[in-house]
Ligand binder design. Structure first.
Ligand code: COA
Length: 143
C-alpha cells in the first residue's frame, strides 16, 4: 500500500471509491478546488493501483486544519492507515502554523471512537447536517 499525493488523473477512480465507501454524494468539481487550494494535503492510498483510501482537507484562515474526507475501504481498515493519513495531513499543515484540527462526523458513525483515540473531543453538534438527516458531531484536536 502506498500513500500518495492525489493527482487529477485519480479523480474518476476516486469518485467511484467515495460512492462505494461513504453515504454522502459529492460533486466531482469540488475536489478539483480542494486539490488546487492545498495539493499537499490531498492524499490517496493505493493498493496495486486501486484507490483504497482518501484523505483531504482545507487550511482555514484561523490556524485551523479542517478534515473534509477521511475514508478507507472496509477491507483495509484497522491497519493503521487512517492514523497515518491523519498524521501526514497534520504534518503537511505545519507550514501554515496550524494549531487546531477540526472535522465533522456522523453521529451514528463508529469513526467517532477512532477520532477519540486520536485525541479529538466533541465540541458541537450540527442537527440534520448530513443529506439523510443524520446529525453531525464536530470534533476538534488542539495541536
Ligand atoms: C474511521 C477510519 C478512517 C479509521 O481508519 P483505520 O485505518 O481503520 O484506523 P487505524 O487502523 O488507523 O486506527 C488507529 C487507532 O484507532 C483505533 N480505531 C480505529 N477504528 C476504531 C473504532 N471504530 N473504534 C475504536 N477505535 C478505533 C485503532 O484501534 C487504532 O488504535 P491504536 O493506535 O491504539 O492501534 C476508517 O475506519 C474508515 O474509513 N471508516 C469508514 C469511513 C468513515 O467513517 N470515515 C470517517 C468519516 S468523518
Amino acid at each position: 500500500m502506498n500513500i500518495e499525493i492525489f493527482q487529477v488523473s485519480d479523480l474518476d477512480q476516486m469518485m467511484v471509491f467515495l460512492d462505494d465507501n461513504l453515504t454522502e454524494n459529492y460533486e466531482k468539481k469540488v475536489f478539483l478546488t480542494i486539490h488546487q487550494r492545498w495539493p499537499e494535503g490531498f492524499l490517496i492510498v493505493k493498493d496495486h493501483g486501486n484507490i483504497i483510501g482518501v484523505g483531504c482537507g482545507a487550511i482555514l484562515p484561523n490556524e485551523k486544519l479542517r478534515i473534509l474526507i477521511l475514508a478507507l475501504d472496509k477491507k483495509f481498515q484497522g491497519r493503521g492507515l487512517g492514523k497515518e493519513i491523519m498524521s501526514r495531513m497534520i504534518k503537511a499543515s505545519e507550514v501554515y502554523g496550524v494549531r487546531k484540527v477540526t472535522l465533522e462526523v456522523r453521529k451514528d458513525s463508529d469513526a467517532i471512537n477512532f477520532y477519540r483515540k486520536l485525541n479529538f473531543s466533541r465540541v458541537d453538534i450540527l442537527p440534520c447536517y448530513y443529506q439523510d438527516g443524520c446529525d453531525g458531531i464536530v470534533m476538534e484536536r488542539q495541536l
